[in-house]
Design a protein around this ligand. Structure first.
Ligand code: SF4
Ligand code: SF4
Length: 360
């Protein structure tokens, strides 16, 4: 028989003003009692997404400050953080990413905690974690901070995703806590390739490649896929958009790999708590560099200690709000949004069976 996990839920309709939303979120956190596990001086890490440039779906800094205040009131100290991306944009390196986070309002003063970008290029920031029962990932490369956090809060904006169907608690942890190499391992099963017409032969990719897999020949980068270990360093350094990935290479198994990475992050002794914000529900994820239109009216806030139950509950509530159909399947035909939940339950990350406690 499946375990039944508790998910606390506060309905928030489109008509609820922003300040009232902040009060509702605070009330939800208090009612759940999940933060009562905090003791004096507990180091808390909030993993979230600061939003790509032009995107407006990300969880707002004022909401983060409600969470950090609840942590501080119980004696905890909070770092609010995100990781750099695999794709090129304003979140590819720590300097640009932090500048963008500040433009989106994520300053230390606004979130009432320390805002940081977790960066694997800084020594000792990577944990290589064997994945027990992993079918696709034998060793996960994740940012040490998340794995070793005494108390980890996964704060996710729940929305659609082009490959996984949707992104919530599981995706925020599995993909979001991975190093760039880890993200590449989940997204693609092949080495990057060079777009010759864009390559200016600057050699930056060749210099950074740890495998000597790239040579500059007659002013162009030549990549040997047989030597490549998929560290993704070349993607990050190329300023000419000349290093590309076949994003479809590993897409069929991306949910499985994402879940295996989630298992590697969550398989540590620290306490875990998940908050899903199901408002401004869009078809695409917050990595999209534009303000994506809403596909379903606002649903509300959820909190749980079970990442599978909270995502399942969120998905069910959204389908109900949509009028009984699956808006993510409609937005991304051919993708199965439930696959990640199925894999996660099979790997023992949580339960798809939940009790929904409505908090008003
Ligand atoms: S960094 Fe980019 S532009 Fe420079 S050599 Fe490599 S692929 Fe070409
Ligand atoms: S992904 Fe890493 S190993 Fe592969 S070519 Fe690029 S820098 Fe070299």
């Amino acid at each position: 028989m499946n375990t039944v996990s508790t998910v606390w839920y506060t309905p928030v309709g489109d008509e609820v003003p922003f300040t009232a939303r902040l009060q509702l979120l605070n009330h939800l956190i208090t009612t759940s009692t999940l933060f009562e596990q905090l003791s004096s001086e507990t180091a808390v890490t909030i993993k979230m997404h600061f939003g790509e440039e032009g995107n407006r779906g990300y969880v707002r800094p004022e909401m983060v400050s409600v969470i950090t205040d609840a942590i501080t009131a119980r004696g905890g100290k909070t770092v609010v953080s995100d990781t750099n991306t695999l794709y090129r944009g304003r979140r590819t390196n720590s300097r640009d990413h932090l500048a963008l986070a500040r433009e989106h309002g994520f300053t230390d003063e606004a979130v009432h905690g320390r805002v940081e970008i977790s960066d694997e290029t800084i020594d000792d920031e990577v944990s290589s974690v064997p994945v027990e029962g992993g079918r696709f990932i034998s060793t996960a490369k994740i940012i040490r901070r998340y794995r070793e956090a005494p108390f980890l809060v996964g704060l996710a904006h729940f929305k659609g995703h082009i490959v996984a169907g949707f992104g919530g608690a599981i995706k925020n942890i599995g993909m979001g806590c991975a190093t760039r190499e880890g993200k590449l391992a989940q997204h693609a099963s092949v080495a990057p390739y060079i777009i010759m017409r864009n390559c200016i032969g600057c050699g930056a990719c060749s210099e950074v490649c740890p495998q000597d897999a790239i040579e500059i020949i007659e002013g162009k980068a030549i990549l040997d896929p047989k030597k490549c270990i998929g560290c993704a360093s070349c993607i990050a350094v190329c300023k000419s958009d000349a290093v590309e990935l076949d994003w479809s290479g590993g897409r069929d198994y991306l949910p499985d790999k994402m879940v295996e990475y989630t298992s590697a992050v969550l398989g540590s002794p620290g306490t875990k708590c998940f908050i899903n914000v199901a408002t401004k529900i869009t078809a695409e994820c917050d990595c999209l560099a534009q303000d994506d239109p809403v596909i379903v009216p606002d649903v509300g806030f959820l909190i749980s200690s079970d990442p599978v139950a909270i995502d399942q509950a969120c998905y069910d509530l959204i389908c109900r709000k949509a009028g009984g159909y699956d808006p993510f399947r409609k937005a991304h035909p051919g993708r199965d949004p439930l696959r990640q939940l199925d894999c996660a339950e099979r790997m023992g990350l949580g339960s798809r069976t939940y009790e929904l406690v409505t908090v008003r």
